[in-house]
Each structure stands twice: as C-alpha cells, then as structure tokens.
Design a protein around this ligand. Structure first.
Ligand code: SAH
Ligand code: SF4
Ligand code: F3S
Length: 375
C-alpha cells in the first residue's frame, strides 16, 4: 500500500493502558507517513483498540465496527483492524470474524507491535487473525508518546495482572504479570524529560504496586524517579489496596514530585462482598491505609471505583457500602453496575441480580456521592 497521504483513525475504548498503546500506534503510523484524522469518511485505515471490561463497552464497540461496513462500500481500499482486549477473549476473534467478515486484521493484546507492518500490507481478501497466548517481553512498542492533552506522558511499568478479582476479565485478556526491565523504564523516562514536553509522567499498570525489577520495588522506583532533575510531577495507575503498604505511603509523602492524588479502587464497602470478589482485604484494612495516607499527606485527594450489584449483594450489603462511602468521604468515585464476564468465577456464582437492581443501586450511590460532595 502507498502510504503517502493515507489517513488513519484510531478509536480507543477502555482504560489508560489502551489510550497509551493507541498513542504508540499513532506515533508509528505517523513515522511511516500516514496522517491522523478524526473523520471516518476520509480514512483509509480504521483501528479499533477495544475493551471488554463490561458488556456495555463491548456492545458499543460492536455497533461501531458494524458501521464501518458501509464505509467499506464507499472506499474499497479501507483497512479495518480490531485489536486489544476484546479480541483476546477466548473465541472472540473467530466470532468477530463471523459477525463482521469485512474486518481485515484482528490482533490480540500481545502483538500490537505487529499492527503497523500488517496494515502496510493493505486490505485482506479475508479476515487475518493473529492472537498470541502470552506476551514475549520483546513485543512492546518502543516509542514514547505524549497524551493528547499535551502535558502527560504515560509509561508502562507492568503488563498484565494475576490478581484474579472474581468479576474481572483483565487477567484473562492481558495475561500474566510482567514487570518491565528497570533500564527500559528509565530509558523511556529520560527520553520524555529530554524532549521536555510532558509536565506529568504517569506510571501505568493494572497493579503498579506489584512492580519488581533489578532490585526495585514500586516505592523504590518512585523515589528513584522523584530524584531526577526537572520540572515535572509523577503519578501512577492503578494500585491494589492489598499491596498499598507503609513503604509506599512514606514514599508518596517524601517525594515532592509525586502528586497527592491517589486512585485506590475499593470495589465494595461490604466485607462479605469483598471476600467473594477475591480482593483480599477488609473494609477496615482499607480504611486503616486511607487514614495513614491522610495523616502522612493531609492534602491528599483520594478517588475510588465501586461495583454495584455483585452476585448475592443484598440490600443490607449495599447499605453497608453506602455507609462506608459516607465514612471514607472520597473526593470522587467511579461507579459501575456489575457486568457478568464469561470465564470469571463471579459469573458462575448463584445469586446474579437483575440489571434493574444493579442500575438502581448505581444510581443511588451516585446520588449519595453528589450529596456528599455538596456537603
Ligand atoms: N486494574 C485496575 C482496574 C481495572 S478495570 C484496578 O484493579 O484498579 C477498572 C475498573 O472497572 C475496576 O476497578 C472495576 O471497578 C471495574 N470493573 C472491572 N470488572 C468489572 C465488571 N465485571 N463489572 C463492572 N465493573 C467492573
Ligand atoms: Fe482486574 Fe483485579 Fe487485576 Fe484490577 S487487580 S485488573 S480489578 S483482576
Ligand atoms: Fe478494558 Fe482492557 Fe483496560 S479490558 S479496562 S482496555 S485492560
């Protein structure tokens, strides 16, 4: 395919991990002479970087992929690629191919480094599928990108997750936990500083606290990069409360460049539900950590995630979550109605709740949060 003046669109769904990877793909395509656009109609390439964490995300993405069928009738050369978490799910790539035979390329989460060269091969006579079982370590895209806000750079420090929270599909689609070599992280970090564009650098991983490389655990890593010269701030996403320890709290306190802005997903404010979620902490253990963090950094801003309507959650259990939220007083919370994910432990539990109940509880919780923030 002739690259000159060819235009591409990347549609990104899901978390910061995907946003970061889309940025890298865009960077590589631009280096190859492709031009980025937001206009589907003038695009020669449309990439869907997908998420499957909840069914609402998947439904939306499928509708958007469906729309490109018409675009292909108008532009015979249009290449449609689908990558990311949704394609990595067991059997998902084949079923996407069946539903949308106009897709040219389907790649999973472990080989997006191949995407650009496959795109350059152009349109396919039939859907090309390549899903790898695991990340080989070398298959990362070695380029650095700055977020579209022009301020923030993201650096992956871990890939994958092995926590297996019982509701969550991520360990199945993102694979085993891998800590990136410390030297690679530092090289990327220094490049960002040298370019002098980013004012914030955010370390990324499904559970950054699990980082382990070249003698560095996560608190040590934070301290190390805090000592680099320059005007920038540091942050990280996401932390798992079970691994959020005293060492990390002291590092956050001591490091003047680390933003006092922490996202620590609680998921439920009821011990019975937390246990069924396999989160491996109690509400009181979580609160002890939050209190310690607030003592260490009084100005800290704390946000969280909550899932409503997990299987077997009774009105009494849910009331406990509401009470916990009143007590902890988060600065903000993201609320999600529980979504069944096939293959997970929670999906097989008895006591699945109707969508109506899950949505009502989410609405109630959002209302409480609004009232709390007004007060
Ligand atoms: N690794 C990160 C977040 C992963 S997904 C972490 O552990 O913090 C982002 C959020 O989506 C989760 O915190 C959780 O609140 C929500 N989520 C994950 N699976 C879900 C499901 N099956 N239904 C509803 N929400 C879910
Ligand atoms: Fe999912 Fe839990 Fe891993 Fe987060 S820590 S990605 S919620 S399994
Ligand atoms: Fe979604 Fe994958 Fe992130 S499932 S939330 S894009 S890791």
């Amino acid at each position: 395919m002739e690259n000159a003046q060819k235009k591409f669109v990347i549609k990104t769904y899901g978390c910061q991990m995907n946003v970061n990877e889309s940025g890298k793909i865009a960077e590589l395509l631009t280096r190859e002479g492709f031009e980025r656009t937001n206009d589907d109609k003038s695009a020669d390439i449309i990439v869907f970087n997908t998420c499957c964490v909840r069914d609402t995300a998947e439904k939306k993405i499928e509708a958007h992929i469906g729309n490109t069928k018409i675009l292909k009738k108008q532009n015979k050369g249009l290449v449609v690629a689908v990558i990311g978490c949704m394609t990595q799910k067991n059997g998902a790539a084949e079923s996407l191919k069946k539903k949308f035979p106009h897709i040219d390329i389907i790649l999973g989460t472990h080989n997006i480094d191949k995407l650009v060269s496959y795109i350059k091969e152009g349109r396919r006579p039939k859907t090309f599928i390549e899903i790898l079982a695991e990340r080989k370590g070398s298959d990362e895209i070695l380029t650095t990108t700055i977020d579209q806000d022009g301020q923030t750079a993201y650096i992956n420090i871990t890939y994958g997750c092995e926590n297996f929270c019982s509701y969550c599909i991520v360990p199945f689609v993102r694979g085993k936990l891998i800590s990136r070599p410390f030297a690679d992280i530092e090289r990327e970090f220094d490049e960002i500083l040298r370019a002098g564009v980013a004012k914030r650098i955010v370390f990324l991983g499904q559970n950054v606290n699990a980082y382990e490389g070249s003698g560095y655990d996560f608190p040590k890593l934070l301290r190390y990069f805090n000592d680099k010269e320059g005007e920038f701030s540091l942050n990280f996403l996401s932390s798992h409360p079970k691994d959020f320890g005293d060492e990390l709290i002291s590092a956050i306190k001591d490091c003047e460049k680390v933003e006092k802005n922490i996202h620590l997903p609680l998921q439920s404010g009821c011990d019975k539900i937390l246990k069924l979620m396999n989160r491996r902490y109690t509400v009181s253990e979580y609160e002890t950590k939050i209190n310690a963090l607030r003592v260490a950094c009084p100005e800290v801003h704390i946000t969280t995630d909550i899932i409503c309507g997990f299987p077997t959650e009774t009105e009494v259990d849910f009331a406990e979550t509401l009470e916990t939220m009143r007590r902890i007083k988060f600065n903000a919370a993201f609320v999600f109605p529980y979504s069944r994910r096939s293959g997970t432990v929670a999906d097989k539990l008895d006591g699945q709740l109707p969508l109506k109940v899950k949505r009502e509880r989410a609405t109630k919780l959002i209302k409480l949060l609004q009232d709390l923030s007004k007060a």
